[in-house]
Write a protein that binds this ligand. Structure first.
Ligand code: ADP
Ligand code: MG
Length: 232
């Protein structure tokens, strides 16, 4: 069964008198445990789509099912609970909390949304820091580590609640090429180990090729899908 199903999904913004059709009539399905990218130039609708899948915004028309939930029917409180339970987020500018250490940043979602006993919390944070190769930096603050290291910490933070789906909006845009590949590799490794679905957006054609399934967006429309659906 699909993890995400979009049917005739559209999103329009009112911009003064103008209507901007950010997404037009998208239809797609994403299976669990997939590694998927959405590629397209600036303004093609990538962030809008990730925001819809992340329950941060609602479609104008059509339906979007995420893990059997019609996200357009969630109110603000339900959407926040859904995000806390099922989703992880990775951002272009890392969004680590500067006054918290690496260790505290990764543990933060567990404090905020899930009431995890302290020993279990420690174990999970340390295991994830180990998995992304940042255990030796656990007591550093964000301004003491590099951009690539920050994004690895962000990957660990996104996974700490054991979400079904991690959404990453241009996660490599602020990284050099070599570091960008390393971050994508870590996401892929975590997908293989944990079975988490990763969806990332990018405008970088080279990075996009690392995904198993590649959707291209142009002016809010899906123009192509490449890649093979994994056998069940
Ligand atoms: P991308 O992430 O691919 O750069 P976006 O999803 O940010 O694309 O934007 C798609 C289109 O929607 C653009 O034309 C953009 O100007 C417009 N848009 C995005 N967010 C808003 C908003 N909050 N209000 C009005 N227009 C918006
Ligand atoms: Mg964007």
């Amino acid at each position: 069964m699909s993890l995400i199903t979009a049917k005739n999904l559209s999103k329009a913004y009112a911009k003064g008198e103008l209507k901007v059709e950010a997404l037009r009539d998208l239809n797609f399905e994403i299976e669990p445990s997939s590694f998927v990218s959405f590629v397209g130039p600036s303004g093609s609708g990538k962030t809008t789509l990730l925001n819809l899948m992340g329950c941060l915004d609602k479609p104008t028309s059509g339906t979007l099912m995420v893990d059997d939930t019609d996200v357009s029917e969630l109110n603000t409180r339900m959407a926040a609970a859904f995000r806390g339970r099922k989703l992880g987020f990775i951002f272009q500018d890392f969004n680590l909390i500067p006054v918290l250490t690496v260790y505290e940043n990764v543990g933060y979602p567990l404090l905020m949304v899930q009431n995890t006993p302290v020993t279990e919390r420690k174990e999970r944070v340390l295991a994830l820091l180990e998995a992304v190769g940042m255990a030796d930096k656990k007591d550093k603050y964000p301004d003491q580590i590099s951009g690539g290291q920050k994004q690895r910490v962000a990957v660990a933070r996104a996974l700490v609640t054991n979400p079904k789906l991690v959404l990453a909006d241009e996660p490599t845009a602020n990284l050099d090429h070599k570091t960008a590949y390393m971050v994508i590799d870590i996401m892929k490794k975590m997908k293989n180990e944990l079975g988490t679905t990763f969806i990332f957006s990018t405008h970088d054609q080279k990075i996009v090729g690392e995904a198993e399934i590649i959707y291209s967006l142009e002016d809010g429309e899906l123009t192509s899908v490449k890649g093979v659906e994994k056998p069940c």
